[in-house]
Design a protein around this ligand. Structure first.
Ligand code: SAM
Length: 291
């Protein structure tokens, strides 16, 4: 499921199945020491693990894809729910080897989830995606996943509490920004519950929260994601300013007329526009600039 990033450097390589073999002394030591660089805060409370998996509502035909299974806190609950198949994507080789050994029912792939082409998920039927995501990659990963895969049934993710609030934020508030508008342009986001630092080893410094993500139907997803990404970058890097001042010459009569039709004007600020309005404005401005 490797990808070529839109507008970025093509990346090569193949997903590597985790080898099944006996651990060496070095592997055992590496397994015992969490890697901060990979955001390894392992969930140590089975009640929270069960709650996360229950929120995924696994049924028999589902393919469950887990991002960053780590030491397998969620794995037994996923397998007990009896999905059709379970694919675990783990970047850390030691953890991937261990998980494959301990759970023969799991297909474990050693991959960097940030380098996957999530559009490939659409070739599978009834996919559910889950992950207690590493804090440092949660935002870019959900940005790519929600825009890339359009047909998964449901995603349930644990992220930093502040990121969960931003993902689910409604227009108009301080937490609503480019990430909120982007993800909500492609999917519905539901904030589910908060999780304290005490249920992780090692303990993070901040709270976490679990969100559910459900892709919108194809006809409600942005038809020109690149235009939307460009507009969000332009607007939210200057979010304190008014639209009229950020967009300057681009707001011609047609654009102003569209804003008026939305009960908006050049005096509104970026965070006052809904994901749908931002998607429409991106198309309008792109069309005007290329005509
Ligand atoms: N799911 C486990 C749990 O709940 O205890 C582990 C969660 S831990 C916060 C994040 C996991 O993601 C780690 O196992 C880490 O090695 C893995 N990881 C970090 N970056 C990754 C990446 N780019 N691709 C895939 N896995 C990654």
């Amino acid at each position: 499921m490797k990808r070529e990033r839109q507008g970025g450097r093509p990346r090569n390589g193949r997903d590597t199945p985790a080898p099944r073999q006996a651990p060496t002394g070095g592997e055992r030591e590496a397994y015992a020491r969490p890697k901060r660089s990979l955001g390894q805060n392992f969930l140590s409370d089975p009640n929270i693990a069960a709650k996360i998996v229950a929120a995924l509502a696994i049924t028999a035909p589902d393919t469950v894809v887990e991002i960053g299974p780590g030491r397998g806190a969620l794995t037994p609950f996923i397998l007990a729910a009896g999905p059709g198949s379970y694919l675990a994507l783990e970047k850390d080789r030691d953890l991937a080897v261990r998980l494959a050994r301990e759970h023969p029912g799991a297909a474990v792939a050693m991959v960097d989830a940030l380098r996957l082409d999530w559009r490939r998920l659409d070739s599978l039927a009834r996919v559910k995606v889950v992950g207690n995501l590493p804090y440092n990659i949660a935002s870019p990963l959900l940005w790519d996943l929600c825009a890339g895969a359009s047909r998964f049934d449901r995603g349930v993710f644990m992220v930093q509490h502040e990121v969960a609030r931003r993902l689910a934020a409604l227009p108009g508030g301080r937490e609503y920004g480019a990430l909120s508008a982007w993800v909500q342009a492609f999917a519905r986001v539901d904030y589910l519950f908060k999780v304290p630092p005490t249920v992780f080893r090692p303990m993070p410094k901040v709270d976490s929260a679990v969100v559910a993500v459900t892709p919108l139907p194809a006809d409600r997803r942005p038809q020109d994601p690149a235009a939307l990404a460009g507009l969000l970058k332009q607007l939210f890097s200057l979010r304190r300013k008014q639209l009229g001042s950020i967009l300057k010459g681009s707001l011609d009569a047609a654009a102003l007329e569209w804003l008026a039709g939305q009960a908006l004007s050049g005096r509104n600020r970026p965070e006052e526009l809904s994901p749908r309005q931002l998607t429409e404005l991106a198309i309008l401005l792109k069309t005007r600039s290329s005509s």
